[in-house]
Design a protein around this ligand. Structure first.
Ligand SMILES: Nc1ncnc2c1ncn2[C@@H]1O[C@H](COP(=O)(O)OP(=O)(O)OP(=O)(O)O)[C@@H](O)[C@H]1O
Length: 278
């Protein structure tokens, strides 16, 4: 397989990692935003990317989503090296959910989801979806708990409903990897739980799909999370199986604060550790 061969169904089915970032560094204006970070994500793996504000989580997500190029190191998507292949082609394999989706017009939920096929914010002029595509949009919305809202208009949606609509939109081109940047931020308790249930359902229905989810809060991790990476100051502090990485010791070091981590019914929680008062 050469780096420049066109993507084929056979290549997509090949047992190569969905994404492999090898010692990636990113320098902007002389600042090292990421320093030699390596991450390999395989089909069916669900990664949590955690770290304090400014740790480099969104920067790494941008590299994984083929939005930015590394200053050093390499990123391979299904064995194709970023910078050597057509980015537009690679991006169809990567669903990126941006919570700041810049949509202004009052599209319906179904219309927003269908823009995932043209990778545009607004519907493309002179493009209309086929019946199979409409049916897929409806099916995804139903799986994400939005089946009763397909005709609702974007400006009238709650933040949680928008988030789930954007996940359905990102899934339209059948990506191999879904990148989720703080999907639960700003959601109330019920909306967060609905989102996490939807992510668990999605992962069950699409066992080949890989995901990388950025968050600050362990409570925002779905129970189906399999792996985790902790970033601190642009460096990888720990990376591997979720239960090996999401420990009291490592998470405390990552956030520079003593916390105690627990896991109940598959879900994680963090609380500050009490320090002895003198
Ligand atoms: N274009 C840029 N030029 C210079 N510095 C940048 C640029 N983009 C981001 N940074 C800096 O890089 C660091 C990492 O930013 P990034 O957004 O990746 O962090 P994050 O972990 O996602 O943070 P947060 O949790 O606050 O969203 C921050 O200190 C940020 O100020």
């Amino acid at each position: 397989m050469t780096a420049t061969a066109p993507l084929s169904a056979a290549a997509v089915a090949a047992p190569v990692p969905v994404i492999r970032a090898d010692e990636v560094s990113l320098v902007r204006d002389g600042n090292v935003l990421l320093d030699a970070v390596s991450l390999t994500v395989r089909g069916g793996e669900h990664w949590a990317l955690l770290g304090a504000n400014g740790a480099g989580k969104s920067t790494l997500l941008g590299l994984l989503g083929a939005v930015t190029h590394p200053t050093r190191g390499s990123v391979e998507v299904l064995g194709r090296t970023l910078g050597r292949v057509d980015l537009r082609e690679l991006r169809t394999l990567l669903g990126h959910v941006n919570p700041r989706h810049p949509l202004r017009s009052p599209l319906t939920v179904s219309e927003v989801v269908l823009t995932g096929l043209t990778n545009s914010v607004e519907p493309m002029p002179r493009w209309s979806p086929g019946p199979g595509q409409r049916e897929r949009a409806e099916r995804l919305l139903k799986m994400l708990g939005m089946g009763g809202k397909t005709g609702s208009r974007w400006p009238a949606l709650s933040q949680g409903e928008r988030g789930r609509t954007l996940i359905a939109r990102a899934l339209m081109p059948q990506p191999r990897l879904l990148l989720l940047d703080e999907p639960a931020t700003g959601l109330d308790l019920a909306a967060r739980e609905q989102l996490l249930d939807s992510l668990d359902a999605l992962r069950e229905e699409h066992p080949e799909l890989a995901t990388v989810l950025v968050t600050h809060h362990l409570e925002e991790l779905p129970a189906s999370t399999t792996h985790a990476m902790l970033l601190r100051g642009g460096r990888c502090l720990a990376s591997g199986g979720a239960d090996e990485v999401l420990t009291t010791e490592l998470v405390s070091e990552c956030f520079g604060h003593p916390v105690a981590i627990s896991r109940t019914d598959g879900r994680w929680a963090a609380r500050a550790r009490r320090t002895a008062r003198g």
